[in-house]
Design a protein around this ligand. Structure first.
Ligand code: NIG
Ligand code: FE
Length: 395
C-alpha cells in the first residue's frame, strides 16, 4: 500500500466545505484522510487527529487544491477540423448543425490509429488542464461501421462513452430522417450498445424532431443505456421537457431555456450542463446561469470539445467564461466543473475530496480557486493526480 500526503494546502476545495491549511492523504488510489496541516492554527490545541504517516510527502507550498475536473460532454473522436468554418463565423456567418456532415466525411476516412492518436492527444491536453474524467460521444460516423469504431475507440480511454448515432441525418439519408432513425435504433444500436453507457440525441431543428428523439432515447433505454440529451442550443424547443420526462442524467446546452424549462429542471433530478465554449465560438448569447442556480437547478459546466461549435478542451477557460459571461461565482463555477460534472454522469466516486472518493486532484499554481477565473488563459495547473497517481506536472 502506497500513501501520499499532500500537505500545506493553502485552500482546499472539497465540495463538502472549503478548508484552509489542509492536508490530504491518498492511499491505494483513494482519498483516505482530510485534515489540517501540521502546525496549522486549525490543529494546534484543537484535539484534531494526528497527521498520518506516508511514503511520499508533497508540500503544496500554500497553494490551492481542487478536485479534478469532470468534463461530462465531449466529441473528441473525429477526423479533420473546421477552422475555415470558424473563421467564416467570426466574419459574420451563423453556426448551423449541418457543419457536422463535413466532419463526418473526414472521420469516415480516418483510420483507427489516426483517430486513436488524436483522442489520446486530446486526453493529454485535457489532463494538463486538470481534467481527470471525460465523457466522449460518437456521432461523426453516422453509419453502422464507423459509429461502432467511434464508441469502441472512446471505450479504450474512458468508461463514460455515449452513443450519439442521432447527431444529424447523414447526406445519404437526406430527406429520409425517419429511415435514418430506424437504423439508429436498429442495427446501429445493436453494434454500439455493447461499448457504450449512455444514449444521446441532438434534439433540435435541423437535427432530430421531438418524436424522433423520443424514439432514439427509448430504444437506448430499452437496451440498458442511460439517457442524456442535446437540447435548446439553437432555439427553444421541447427537448428539455423530454429529457426530464425520460429521467435523463443531463440535458446539455440550454442556450434558449423558457421559464417552464427552468421550473421543470428545478423540480427534477436532471442536471443542466452549460457549455460556455459553444456560445464563445458561435457568438450566441450566453445562457444566464444565475437564473438557473437561483431557481434551484443543478448546473454543470463542460467543454463540449468538438471541431464545430467549441474547439476548446480547457475547463479553466470554461470556468472563466461561466463567471464572466453567465453570472456564476468562481466557487459555483468550480463546483459545476467538478461535482456538477460528476452529477451529470451520475458518479458519486469523483468530483468531491473526501475519504473514500477517488484521489483525482489538481494542485493549482495559485493561492485560491478564484484565480481560475481571475487569470483567464493562464496555465495554472501545477500537478494532477488521477486515482492517486501523479499523472501530470508543470515544467
Ligand atoms: O454539442 N450540438 C451538436 N453537436 C455539437 C456540435 C458538433 C459540430 O458542430 O460538429 C455540439 O455543439
Ligand atoms: Fe455536444
Amino acid at each position: 500500500m502506497t500513501a501520499t500526503l499532500i500537505t500545506n494546502i493553502g485552500e482546499l476545495t472539497t465540495n463538502v466545505g472549503a478548508l484552509r491549511d489542509a492536508t490530504v492523504l491518498i492511499e491505494d488510489g483513494l482519498i483516505s484522510w482530510v485534515g489540517p496541516s501540521a502546525g496549522s492554527a486549525a490543529e494546534s490545541g484543537s484535539g484534531s487527529p494526528p497527521m498520518p504517516a506516508a511514503d511520499e510527502i508533497v508540500d503544496a507550498g500554500g497553494r490551492a487544491v481542487i478536485p479534478g475536473f469532470v468534463d461530462s460532454h465531449s466529441h473528441i473522436v473525429f477526423g479533420g477540423d473546421r477552422a475555415a468554418e470558424f473563421e467564416a463565423r467570426m466574419a459574420g456567418q451563423k453556426y448551423a448543425a449541418g457543419g457536422i456532415r463535413s466532419t463526418v466525411a473526414a472521420t469516415r476516412e480516418a483510420s483507427d490509429d489516426e483517430l486513436r492518436a488524436r483522442v489520446r492527444g486530446f486526453v493529454d491536453e485535457m489532463l494538463a488542464q486538470g481534467t481527470t474524467t471525460v465523457e466522449m460521444k460518437s456521432g461523426y460516423g453516422l453509419d453502422v461501421e464507423t459509429e461502432q469504431r467511434l464508441v469502441r475507440l472512446a471505450a479504450e480511454v474512458t468508461e463514460e462513452v455515449t452513443y450519439l448515432g442521432a447527431h444529424v441525418v447523414p447526406v445519404e439519408y437526406a430527406d429520409r430522417g425517419d429511415d435514418y432513425v430506424d437504423l439508429v435504433v436498429g442495427e446501429m444500436l445493436d453494434a454500439c450498445a455493447p461499448h457504450a453507457k449512455w444514449i444521446d440525441v441532438f434534439c433540435e431543428t435541423g437535427a432530430f424532431s421531438i418524436t424522433q428523439s423520443r424514439r432514439v432515447l427509448e430504444a437506448g433505454i430499452a437496451r440498458g443505456l442511460k439517457p442524456r440529451v442535446h437540447a435548446s442550443q439553437l432555439g427553444p424547443g421541447d427537448g428539455v421537457q423530454l429529457a426530464i420526462e425520460l429521467g435523463a442524467a443531463s440535458v446539455d446546452h440550454g442556450t434558449y431555456l423558457t421559464d417552464d424549462d427552468v421550473a421543470a429542471l428545478a423540480a427534477s433530478d436532471t442536471v443542466l450542463t452549460l457549455l460556455p465554449g459553444v456560445e464563445f465560438s458561435t457568438r450566441q448569447p450566453y445562457p444566464d446561469a444565475r437564473r438557473l442556480i437561483d431557481a434551484g437547478v443543478t448546473v454543470a459546466i463542460a467543454c463540449d470539445t468538438n471541431p464545430g461549435s467549441s474547439f476548446t478542451s480547457s475547463m479553466p477557460f470554461c470556468i472563466a467564461l461561466a463567471v464572466r459571461e453567465m453570472g456564476m461565482t468562481p466557487a459555483e463555477a468550480v463546483w459545476a466543473a467538478t461535482a456538477g460534472g460528476a452529477a451529470a454522469l451520475q458518479r458519486s466516486d469523483i468530483g468531491v475530496i473526501a475519504p473514500g472518493r477517488r484521489a483525482d486532484l489538481v494542485l493549482l499554481d495559485a493561492p485560491t480557486h478564484v484565480h481560475l477565473a481571475y487569470r483567464p488563459g493562464v496555465p495554472l495547473v501545477q500537478r494532477v493526480w488521477k486515482d492517486g497517481v501523479s499523472v501530470w506536472r508543470k515544467g
